[in-house]
Design a protein around this ligand. Structure first.
Ligand SMILES: [Zn+2]
Length: 581
């Protein structure tokens, strides 16, 4: 997720400011730098890493809040897709490895190395294609501390108001390798995760997936969680003196989904109010998109000492129960939407990250309209529109790392994956109609038109996949639409000229690309649709008639009123900065 600018802009737009988004916790201590490999997620995958399929991750992680350190032991099992005599894993070198075993036998020191964040394990014997191999890695130390989670990720060592440890991990940007040996790629998910988290009593450690059990050893206890197909960065550590709210949701698909919320003591009333939102959010998504993907595990939410993150079945929530007049918690709804757009359907490469954030950002205005009607919907979209930058294309067509997507100084789309992604989808929704729009989403998310609990598996998807799906569902070729909105930086511009009794309309798309987008025009009380074949069209307009172009606000396009506003805002910021002593 990392909704920083969105959150900030919403805050500013609402005239709020202050501590609601401030991070709890102390200034992080000086810590060793991360290597380039560790700092980023989705760097080019070496051939050796592609030779194996990740079957199972068994993670034992002891969390020591007093020393801000962890002890880890990971048993990772793979199937060989091609013969291999080496295992390559990603792990922060600042968590030194003390022992490695392969298939239960300890390796001599020197059989592994981790100079730069890529742990190389020389296998004692080659594994043939189709063969299995498992490695047990013992490691530990002080995991990277987040400077400002979730935007700058790592561990957050915080305290509750009454001084008890409150710990969380958020590693979307940097990846899973900040605290466990993994394959730090969007498609690096293991088929199955067993997560054992050991914490000092009486702390609680909610985790991903199903609660298997808890065991006690002296002053500590170990929680065991099991999750299928966990998104790599969505495996998370959560530790605190949590209280638990628990319920059940009877799905429209016939299954019953367990609901859990872990919150801090002293917030019972607010926690209950948030928990009461879970069923209606679920119902909205199940009605509009399809079955909750993890219905046989749980819908889980945990209160975190940072704003939020789409941790699979254990969504991080740190919005301080803020109210914004919409009648629902937008941050929870955003994070929860990632269970469909991010966890069930995962971008094949980070270059396609708008598939997570564009859809996830559209879900808040759609939900606001469902609850409160059109004004809430359009107000939300208008706010998103003001934030679109159009500096770089949303999709580059080349493999990219997560940080490169977020960093617009490196040519990435930055926040446009949220705001432009969402508004581009609103335009598409209008263009292809309700049925085709939601059919295309179901195909994208589930890989089938008729998802029901138990008949689908997680999907890795690219932008090209979605274009293909839209074309198939509609029976038309909409490549022109995506080529302009996703692969060009600038928005298409609509030139409108009145000559006598005629209104002439002409699309000017970047790179002179074809853009046959129909345009609605209101002439006095009547709305006409101009087909715009070949990108231009005209309409008879009596002299003196009042004309509104795009009266229902469905066309994402270059508009001078917005550019002027954005430039004015930038100027204000510069002046404020210059005026500071
Ligand atoms: Zn998000």
């Amino acid at each position: 997720m990392r909704p920083h600018l969105l959150a900030l802009s919403l805050t500013l737009a609402l005239g709020l400011a202050g501590p609601a988004f401030a991070q709890s916790g102390a200034t992080p201590p000086t810590q060793p730098a991360l290597t380039a490999l560790t700092k980023d997620s989705g760097t080019p995958m070496p051939a050796e890493q592609k030779r194996v399929h990740f079957d199972h991750a068994e993670l034992h992680i002891a969390v020591h809040p007093d020393t801000q350190s962890i002890d880890g032991k990971a048993t990772l099992s793979f199937s060989a897709l091609a013969p291999t005599d080496v295992l390559l894993l990603d792990l922060d070198r600042n968590l030194p490895v003390s022992a490695v075993g392969v298939d239960g036998k300890a390796l001599p020191a020197g059989a592994w190395s981790n100079p730069d964040g890529r742990l190389r394990i020389q296998l004692p014997h080659a594994v043939a294609k189709g063969g299995k191999v498992s490695a047990t890695i013992t490691y530990g130390g002080k995991p990277h501390v987040a400077k400002k989670a979730p935007w700058d990720g790592g561990f957050v060592w915080s305290h509750t108001k009454d001084g008890q440890p409150w710990v969380g991990s958020a590693v979307e940007g940097e990846g899973c390798d900040l605290f466990w040996p993994c394959v730090d790629q969007p498609d690096g998910k293991p088929d199955l995760l067993d997560l054992y988290v050991t914490v000092p009593k009486p702390l609680v450690a909610p985790g991903n997936g199903v609660f298997v059990g808890v065991t006690e050893q002296g002053d500590t206890r170990t929680y065991h969680w099991r999750a299928k197909h966990p998104t790599t960065y969505a495996v998370s550590i959560n530790v605190g003196p949590y209280r638990e709210l628990k319920g059940e949701y009877r799905s429209r698909y016939g299954n019953t989904i367990p609901l859990y919320y872990w919150y801090l003591p002293g917030e019972e009333a607010q926690a209950r109010a948030l928990f009461a939102e879970f069923p209606r959010m679920l119902d909205f998504f199940e009605a509009k998109i399809g079955p909750y993907p993890w219905g046989d595990e749980k819908m889980g939410v945990v209160e975190t000492p940072y704003e939020g993150m789409e941790h699979q079945t254990i969504n991080a929530y740190g919005n301080h129960y803020a109210k914004d007049g919409n009648g629902f918690d937008w941050l929870l709804q955003h994070e929860f939407s990632h269970e469909w757009f991010g966890n069930q359907m995962t971008n094949a490469n980070w270059d396609d990250m708008w598939l997570h954030e564009g859809f996830a950002t559209l879900m808040q205005p759609l939900y606001a309209r469902h609850l409160n009607g059109d004004a809430a919907y359009y107000a939300w979209l208008n706010r998103l529109r003001m934030m679109i930058a159009n500096r770089h294309p949303v999709v580059s067509g080349q493999p990219r790392t997560e940080e490169a997507v977020y960093d617009d100084s490196r040519g990435g789309p930055g926040q446009d994956i949220y705001n432009k992604g969402a508004l581009m989808l609103q335009t598409l929704h209008h263009l292809i109609g309700d049925q085709a729009f939601y059919d295309s989403i179901r195909e994208l998310v589930y890989g089938r038109p008729d998802p029901k609990p138990g008949n689908f598996v997680p999907q890795y998807r690219s932008t090209a996949d979605y274009m293909r799906i839209v074309n198939r569902v509609t029976g038309k070729d909409y490549d022109w639409f995506f080529k302009v909105y996703l692969y060009q930086a600038a928005l298409p511009k609509l030139d409108a000229q009145r000559h006598g009794d005629t209104l002439d309309l002409r699309w000017e798309a970047p790179a002179k690309l074809p853009f046959p987008m129909p345009v609605d025009v209101q002439v006095d009380d009547a709305v006409h649709t101009v087909p715009m074949t070949d990108g231009h069209g005209s309409l008879a307009v009596p002299a003196g008639a009042l004309v509104t172009i795009d009266p229902h606000s469905v066309l994402l396009r270059d508009e001078p009123r917005i550019t002027e506003f954005q430039q004015w805002m930038q100027q204000q910021r510069r002046e404020r900065k210059a005026a500071k002593p």
